[in-house]
Design a protein around this ligand. Structure first.
Ligand code: PAF
Length: 282
C-alpha cells in the first residue's frame, strides 16, 4: 500500500490508475479503524479495481466541547489494517493540506432539511463539517464509488443528498453495521468505554430491536414506544440522548401510513456518545 500526504501526490497516483482503465473505490475515515471500516474496504473490492482510503480527523465536524483533541489518532496501526485489507492507496493529509489558511472562510457545503433533526439538532454545524470535507475529498479522489457505514444513517443520507444535488459522478454504497457479539455497534468511540460500560451499552441495540418488533406487530403508538425505550435506557445506565422513530427516506417523524422505517438512537454511556439505528420495512 502506498501512503501519500498531499493532494498533488494523491491526484497523480489516481490519474495513473485511471489511465490504466481502473475504477476507483473510496473509503473516507477518521482513523482508529475497526472491523466496521474494514468491511467497507472488503465491500469496495467487489465494485472497484483500486481502493483508496483516507484518514483525516476533520476539525470542522467537531463542536466546541466535543472530543476533537482527544479523538484517538492511531495512524501506524491503521495503516497496517488497511494494507492487510488490500487497500492500495492511503491519503493521510494534514489539517493545513485540507484547509489551507488562505482559503479559510471562503466556502462550505451545507445540506438542508435532512440535517436539522437528530444528530443535526444535537451537534449544530456537525453535518456542514462532514459535507464540506466529504465534498473536498470527492473532488480530490474523484472516486467511481464511495462506501459509508449504515451505523451513521443520517450521515449516509446527508452524503447521498449532497452527491445527487451537487452532481458528483460517484455512486454511494451504504454498508451494514458490524456488531460485537453482544449487538453493540462497532465504533471508534467504544474505546472510551470501560468493560462494564461496554456490557451495559448493548442495551441500545436491544431497545432498537424491541421497538422494531412492536412496530412490525402493528403497534402505531410511536410516542409510547419511544417513551418505553428511553425509560429502559435510563434504567440501564444510559444518559441523555434521543430515540426517534422515523420515515427512512426523509428522516421525518414516522406516521401511521409509513412502510419503511428507521429508528435513530443516540445515548451517552460513560464518556462515549453512542449512536445506532435499525431500519426495516413492514
Ligand atoms: O464517518 C466518518 O468517519 C466521518 O464523518 C467522515 C465521513 C470520514 C468525514 O470526516
Amino acid at each position: 500500500m502506498q501512503t501519500v500526504n498531499t493532494i498533488q501526490a494523491l491526484r497523480s497516483a489516481i490519474a495513473e490508475q485511471k489511465r490504466a482503465g481502473k475504477t476507483v473505490g473510496f473509503v473516507p475515515t477518521m482513523g482508529n479503524l475497526h472491523e466496521g471500516h474494514i468491511s467497507l474496504l472488503h465491500e469496495g473490492h467487489k465494485h472497484a479495481d483500486f481502493m483508496v482510503s483516507s484518514i483525516f480527523v476533520n476539525p470542522t465536524q467537531f463542536g466546541a466541547g466535543e472530543d476533537f483533541s482527544s479523538y484517538p489518532r492511531t495512524l501506524e496501526a491503521d495503516s497496517e489494517k488497511l494494507a492487510a485489507a488490500g487497500c492500495h492507496l492511503l491519503f493521510a493529509p494534514s489539517a493545513e493540506e485540507m484547509y489551507p489558511a488562505e482559503t479559510s472562510g471562503w466556502a462550505t457545503v451545507q445540506v438542508h432539511d435532512i440535517t436539522e433533526n437528530h444528530c443535526g439538532a444535537d451537534r449544530p454545524g456537525h453535518f456542514d463539517g462532514v459535507s464540506t470535507v466529504v465534498c473536498k475529498l470527492f473532488n480530490i479522489v474523484t472516486p467511481d464509488i464511495a462506501l459509508f457505514g449504515k451505523k451513521d444513517f443520517q450521515q449516509l443520507a446527508v452524503i447521498r443528498r449532497m452527491t445527487t444535488a451537487l452532481c458528483f459522478a460517484t455512486r454511494i454504497i451504504g454498508v451494514e453495521t458490524v456488531r460485537e457479539k453482544s449487538g453493540l455497534a462497532m465504533s471508534s468511540r467504544n474505546g472510551y468505554l470501560t468493560q462494564e460500560e461496554k456490557s451495559k451499552a448493548s442495551l441500545l441495540y436491544q431497545q432498537l430491536r424491541i421497538a422494531k418488533e412492536k412496530i412490525t406487530l402493528g403497534e402505531k403508538n410511536f410516542a409510547q414506544i419511544t417513551k418505553d425505550a428511553r425509560e429502559a435506557l435510563t434504567q440501564g445506565g444510559f444518559g441523555a440522548g434521543y430515540f426517534n422513530i422515523c420515515n427512512a427516506e426523509n428522516l421525518q417523524p414516522a406516521t401511521a401510513n409509513d412502510i419503511h422505517f428507521v429508528i435513530l438512537a443516540t445515548a451517552q454511556m460513560g464518556g462515549a456518545r453512542l449512536i445506532d439505528n435499525i431500519d426495516f420495512e413492514i
